[in-house]
Design a protein around this ligand. Sequence first.
Ligand code: MN
Length: 248
Amino acid sequence: MKQSSRRNFIAQSALAGLGTLIALPSLAANIGSENTLANPFSSPIKTGFDQQPLPYAYNALEPLIDTLTMDIHYNKHAAAYSKNVKEAAQAESVDITKPLEDVLSNVSKYSVKMRNNAGGHYNHEMFWKLLSADATTQPDATLLAAINTSFGSLDELKKQFNTAATGRFGSGWAWLILTADKKLAVTSTPNQDNPLMDIAEKKGFPLMGLDVWEHAYYLKYQNRRADYIAAYWKLLNWKTVSERFNSI
Ligand code: MN
């Protein structure tokens, strides 16, 4: 047994012993607050039920994302998800002063309307922040190291993400997630589902997501989804992705 392993073993044994004690105020307090131990995807980055202002002008991402698409996407599609999730929350007695994440992690207990619109609202609130005309073009050092560990290289991550985004049949999203065992993974979900949902096939905390619904690109790119995906990489603000990664 190496020195470090021995130390871990001794520490774990000591913890196991402590676990038999009834009074463990610090640990008990931890479990009670924020679900730190119960929910491995807990992050201080939280989402509310109201639509936040778009962080740039409708024409800011021209020519890669055209003004009309941005206007309709934000003011019609995304605004409707926010309106509808609040309606569902009222009908299903959900406290909208609490984070939306609480609903997502238990979404199977709610209606289909809640699932579609809670997902739709969360996904878009994150999506706008991932794009920028003056984007930071590289992950920070910590995230890059994690990408290299999980994928071998940034290029390999891009390849897998592109495959997930082009391969999603119909409407949905491609994701880079941090899994419960702190590994990075690429996944994709149908419709407005996302990896925070208890019904997701592959669960994790979303670091970046790409909307591949036709409403996100059809006016400019028509059937050329791959060109739209290439535009996403040019606009992707790695600063946001790195912040999300470092929040956990
Ligand atoms: Mn959309």
